[in-house]
Ligand binder design. Structure first.
Ligand code: SF4
Ligand code: SF4
Length: 227
């Protein structure tokens, strides 16, 4: 059973994650319930998983979050207000993406399974991107290193991070590479609340519980794996 400390940390993380969405009390309560459910589901698979824990947490939580997001999108479609998102539409892959350690573990496992050319492409693009992520150079419209630059599709679609799963818009013309994305609110609430649940579960089992820019997180994971 979660302690008062757990509840307090969850609410604090949710407050920070959802601040810009300006939710009302009922929506915040629903977000809190989802984060708690995700935390419990993550702990159920991670408890005795050892070094594979972040990977298992990523698998179980992306399934739960995707199911909740799919249900929401289906309701939008049924109401005639579905998303304009389609393969090859990728302004949202040219903005900063926040990832958990579980997201990074899933992307690293995907990368290890790719052929050498893809691996080298991702590594080269991360190296070139880092000065634009750390602020040494203007970030601008920086493509995600996972994005296939010819087809403008995600090469790791099946294991894409929670944040990517919650990004939908009904108007592609309002999605600006390197700028703002006119994204639906509820899918973002689901993906961000799920990420909070993941971070709390990782903290509980002594794993990295922070969040990072996708490019920085993946760069660190690749460097650690090479040691
Ligand atoms: S969020 Fe915007 S840029 Fe991304 S796929 Fe949907 S319409 Fe295209
Ligand atoms: S991981 Fe995939 S979906 Fe997410 S920003 Fe990168 S290319 Fe886009």
């Amino acid at each position: 059973m979660p302690s008062a400390n757990d509840d307090g940390r969850r609410l604090s993380l949710l407050g920070a994650e959802l601040e810009d969405l300006e939710l009302d009390a009922d929506d915040l309560e629903a977000a809190d319930e989802l984060a708690e459910q995700i935390q419990a589901a993550a702990l159920a698979v991670a408890g005795s998983a050892g070094e594979d824990a972040p990977l298992l947490v990523a698998a179980v939580t992306r399934e739960l979050a995707t199911q909740a997001i799919d249900e929401e999108i289906e309701e939008d479609r049924a109401a005639g207000a579905g998303p304009a998102c389609a393969a090859g539409c990728a302004a949202c892959c040219h903005i900063p993406v926040s990832v958990t350690a579980a997201d990074v573990a899933a992307l690293l496992t995907w990368l290890v399974d790719q052929d050498e050319a893809v691996q080298q492409d991702v590594i080269d693009r991360i190296e070139r991107a880092l000065p634009r992520v750390t602020g040494e150079e203007p970030r601008g419209a920086l493509p995600c290193p996972i994005l296939d630059l010819e087809s403008l599709t995600c090469r790791a679609y099946e294991v894409r991070p929670l944040a990517c799963r919650g990004c939908f818009s009904d108007d592609a013309s309002q999605c600006i590479p390197g700028g703002t994305i006119s994204a639906f609110v509820v899918p973002q609430v689901i993906s961000r609340s799920a990420a909070v649940g993941v971070r709390l579960a990782l903290a509980e089992i002594g794993e990295d519980d922070g969040c990072a820019d996708l490019i920085v997180g993946l760069a660190h994971a690749i460097a650690n794996a090479a040691e």
